[in-house]
Write a protein that binds this ligand. Structure first.
Ligand SMILES: *[C@@H]1O[C@H](CO)[C@@H](O)[C@H](O)[C@H]1NC(C)=O
Ligand SMILES: *[C@@H]1O[C@H](CO)[C@@H](O)[C@H](O)[C@H]1NC(C)=O
Length: 907
């Protein structure tokens, strides 16, 4: 959560009483000296030249000296070929005055290199090839063209905006002749923002470059922003660049390029022919200007060159970071699926979560005491509302001291947790990074005694202001601090917890109420002599990595569940994310889809938004729609600010309760699908939810659609996120041969584009894709943990060839036994009126779950019965029946355990 009214700070009161974001608290590009400087770079005024006489070629890379001829600064340039169709461009100073920061923790290990060969070499150019990828490096000024199958897809430094400010000593006033531009920039050596001073001990050290994507129609990525999925054009005089700087933005606004809590510097440029990605591996504050020729009608010369005369659309991105080395990955595609997988091969995937994490989570700031927690669950039960997880926000602690419990309101945490878990539920408690500076508090004492805190610019412990009042912050770069923190989660340290307690890391941008832009000053100092400026965007990543490893240490055979607000590239390996402190407004409900879709292509599939909206009170229509919409996002949690009215679903009248119950039940029927998708994400890197362009890359009509979400490839949802509507337009993709079936009434549609679907408050359009088989558990239960042996219904949605296929993944839902072959991974296939089930992997997992029904959508006519054949059943006749309109055919009680391969024939 963000700031609230209870803070004593005067400035906070001013912020807190505003009804919308106070933009004055946050910089624009113009107010940031390095952004201003880099943005002022003019097309073509590039003075960086590669000396190809120094070219060194190895099996995987080419290296050469790069010179800034104007400043007489020398750099090392390396282009490496990586396995899986990726190029890496790395540039660092040859002899920097100080080392430049290289990001830790975002990459999932060192990337594997691939073979590269030099095709051609002159004084001006080198051409290298790796598989069907080619890179042409031009020396003066430096430029790199990337070709996929001989088609030009990306150009680094096409516009000549490359810049790498070499580290230098400050020229005393009135002396020397340092870089003119820097001398003119008053913020190059120190900078003020509001009442905050940034001392910039190392002076200017910014880096920037442009990347142009010839032929691209749209560019996506750069989560997190409260904006559309397709990035919009920015530029001087227009929108500010997309900013990546993890910030606690109170009441963030919609349709904005402002930074919020997370920063994932990856983009994908996409057309109906090609997709190519760029990962800008940098942890410092970063701004990205986006250009799209459709918005400017300026078609770059290069495009004409490539395509003959036909003007093609083109997009470009100008990356600008405050510091660090130059480390850029080009993901060569050629499809969105390829590019997203290439990104996952670098930064990793989300490990399979526990099954319960996909159920419904009930949160509020705050549940008042132990009785409140248990009563809420009782009320869910007595109203037949499923829920898996109760959450405790900051008030459970003893005076905002993490790893402690309020001695009065939460005096018996073990008993409360036992009560909860005896009904199959779990608990999540919040642990934030700020540490209350109170003598006697063990965490503070330990951190002081062992020198674990981040320092201010003068080398003293940094003090900021956060929930507990005066606070300090652990220096997460220090390995000793990491080890110390991991141990804090052990059951004997964090008393009152059990293995069923999971962790919520909030405020980890980090949020500092009285800091510049509500975060830590950039000249604060970390282990290794790094300034906070160098590492800001990975602070949250490190924090969640430590929590993850701490929970693993605590309970080595439970998959940790962590929710984080701050995040960076690679955060998916440790935590789920949510979209932070949204508001009870329709626009925020709408934004939850593009925000999570953007995270999903940014590698972070496990994403959700606070159901109901965090700030303010939703009206009943909005609340119901939010529950219905949340069904289709991977993380499904309601949360509310302390000043809002209680809004647990059982508090509403029977109509509202019923609609919310139906939404929750729908979610629970589909948990096996979500779980299977998370397992497939872990093994393939494919996102769990997908935007239309990902699944239908050749359809240019879907490039702007971000109010629809695909769950895997088998369900398309178009949630109603507008008030008072009686119909919505749904774009159904795939062409006339692609069929879509309404998941409620099984009405069949063709994928011929925009289709108007009537809606009521009960209806939220969603469709099975013809050709998919979706396993569901249709028996309502109180919690997912109680469903493991429940029977399945297979929904077989036939395509225009009367075929379909699907998968189902099953394991114990909590341990790592699945890494020891204790799981089932099934393949279902329907063709020639026959459904077969087979094991994909030779594994086993004991379960009582059986198949109680097969429902065939778009069924063949005149079926009168069916026959199932399996090892244990032999051959058994089964009853079938059509629904009234013949849209579906149900085969009753196949009765086979899902472990067993079978054949089911329609007769
Ligand atoms: C746990 O449940 C028992 C039995 O229902 C009850 O007496 C006790 O007060 C509960 N304790 C807590 C902390 O919820
Ligand atoms: C139906 O089968 C034909 C021939 O195998 C194939 O080209 C087509 O893509 C299939 N249609 C669908 C919807 O899968």
């Amino acid at each position: 959560m963000a700031l609230n009214f209870k803070c004593a700070y005067l400035t906070l009161l001013i912020i807190a009483t505003a009804t919308a974001v106070d933009k004055n608290n946050f910089k624009t590009c113009d107010q940031s000296s390095f952004c201003r400087r880099l943005r002022a770079t003019k097309d073509g005024d590039n003075s960086y030249v590669l000396n190809l006489d120094t070219l060194h070629v190895s099996d995987n890379a080419v290296e050469a000296e790069l010179k800034n001829v104007e400043a007489d600064a020398s750099f090392k340039f390396i282009l490496t070929s990586l396995s899986g169709s990726i190029f890496r461009v790395f540039i660092d100073e040859v002899k920097p005055l100080h080392p430049r920061y290289q990001v830790q923790g975002a990459l999932n290990g060192e990337p594997q290199v691939a073979k590269l060969e030099v095709l051609e070499r002159t004084k001006e150019k080198v051409t290298v090839r790796s598989g069907d990828n080619k890179a042409v490096i031009t020396a003066s000024p430096i430029k790199i063209e990337f070709y996929k199958n001989d088609v030009l897809v990306a150009v680094v430094n096409e516009k000549g905006l490359f810049s790498m400010e070499h580290l230098r000593t400050k020229t005393p006033e009135g002396e020397g002749d340092a870089d003119q531009q820097l001398k003119e920039d008053p913020g190059a050596w120190e900078e003020n923002f509001k009442s905050h001073h940034d001392s910039k001990p190392r002076g200017p050290e910014a880096i920037g470059v442009d990347v142009t994507f010839p032929g691209a129609l749209r560019i996506y990525g750069l989560p997190e922003h409260a904006d559309r999925l397709a990035l919009r054009s920015t530029g001087p005089g227009g929108l500010d660049p997309y900013r990546l700087y993890n910030l606690d933005v109170f009441e963030y606004e919609m349709d904005s390029t402002m930074a919020v809590y997370g920063a994932v510097p990856v983009v994908y440029a996409h057309s109906d022919k090609n997709t190519v990605g760029v990962f800008w591996h940098n942890a410092a504050e970063t701004w990205v200007d986006i250009g799209n020729s459709k918005d400017t009608n300026v078609v770059s010369s290069i495009v004409n060159l490539v395509s003959g005369h036909k003007p093609e659309n083109t997009v470009d991105a100008h990356f600008m970071s405050e510091s660090g080395v130059f480390d850029l990955f080009v993901l060569m595609g050629p499809t969105p699926k390829d590019a997203v997988k290439q990104y996952a091969s670098l930064t990793g995937v989300a490990p399979l979560p526990q099954y319960f994490t996909l159920g419904y989570h009930q949160c509020r700031w705050n549940y008042n005491d132990e009785d409140d927690v248990i009563n809420v669950v009782d009320n869910f039960d007595s109203n037949d509302l499923p829920v898996d997880v109760m959450w405790l926000d900051i008030e459970y602690t003893d005076g905002k001291k993490y790893f402690t419990w309020d001695p009065i309101k939460f005096a018996h945490p073990n008993a409360m947790i036992t009560n909860l878990t005896s009904t199959g539920r779990k608990l999540v408690v919040i642990i934030d990074p700020h540490i209350k500076r109170e003598s006697g508090y063990f965490l503070h004492e330990d951190c002081l005694a062992n020198d674990y805190y981040v320092k201010n610019k003068d080398g003293n412990v940094y003090e900021g202001w956060c929930w507990p009042g005066s606070s300090s912050y652990p220096d997460l770069l220090d390995p000793k601090v990491q080890d110390y923190y991991k141990a804090l989660y052990s059951l004997d340290k964090f008393k009152g917890t059990t293995s069923d307690v999971n962790i919520w890391n909030d405020m980890n941008e980090p949020s500092v109420f009285n800091g510049p832009e509500i975060t830590m000053p950039k000249d604060c100092l970390h282990h290794g002599g790094w300034e906070h400026r160098h590492i800001h965007n990975i602070y949250a990543l490190l924090y969640t990595q430590i929590t993850y490893e701490g929970l693993l240490k605590r309970s080595s055979d439970r998959r940790p569940f962590i929710l984080t607000r701050g995040h960076f590239a690679g955060s998916q390996r440790f935590a789920a994310v949510w979209t932070g402190d949204n508001a009870a407004e329709w626009s925020h409900l709408q934004a939850s889809l593009p925000m999570c879709l953007s995270e999903a292509v940014g590698g972070i599939s496990f994403c959700g938004a606070d159901i109901g909206g965090f700030f303010n009170n939703p009206d009943q229509e909005l609340l119901q729609r939010w529950y219905q919409t949340g069904v289709w996002l991977p993380f499904y949690r309601a949360h509310a600010h302390i000043d809002t009215r209680r809004r647990e679903p059982y508090l509403f009248n029977e109509d509202v309760r019923t609609r919310i119950r139906n939404a929750l039940r729908l979610r629970y029927t589909l948990l096996s699908l979500w779980y299977t998708l998370f397992r497939e994400h872990e093994t393939t890197g494919e996102p769990v939810i997908r935007p239309l362009f990902y699944q239908y890359p050749n359809d240019p009509n879907v490039v702007d659609i971000d109010n629809e979400v695909l769950v895997g490839s088998s369900i398309l949802a178009r949630p109603v996120t507008e008030s008072g509507v009686s119909s919505v337009n749904v774009y159904l993709p795939g062409g006339p041969d692609e069929f879509w079936y309404d998941i409620e009434d099984f009405k069949q549609y063709q994928g011929t584009g925009v289709t108007n679907i009537p809606v009521t408050l009960d209806k939220n359009p969603a469709f099975y894709r013809g050709g998919s088989i979706v396993p569901r558990k249709d028996r309502p239960r109180r919690a997912s943990t109680l469903t493991h042996h429940d029977p399945y219904t297979l929904y077989v949605a036939l395509d225009s060839n009367k075929s379909a296929s699907g998968t189902l993944y099953v394991d114990d839902g909590e341990s790592y036994n699945y890494r020891n072959k204790k799981y089932l991974y099934l393949h279902f296939e329907f063709k020639d009126n026959t459904l077969t089930s087979s094991l994909i992997d030779k594994t086993d997992f004991p379960t009582d779950a059986w198949i109680e029904r097969v429902v065939i959508l778009g069924p063949p006519a005149k079926i009168t019965k069916a026959k199932i054949t399996s090892k244990s059943l032999g051959s058994v006749g089964l009853e079938t029946s059509y629904d009234g309109e013949g849209r579906s055919l149900t085969v009753r009680k196949p009765g086979v355990n899902i472990r067993e391969p079978f054949t089911l024939k329609l007769l």
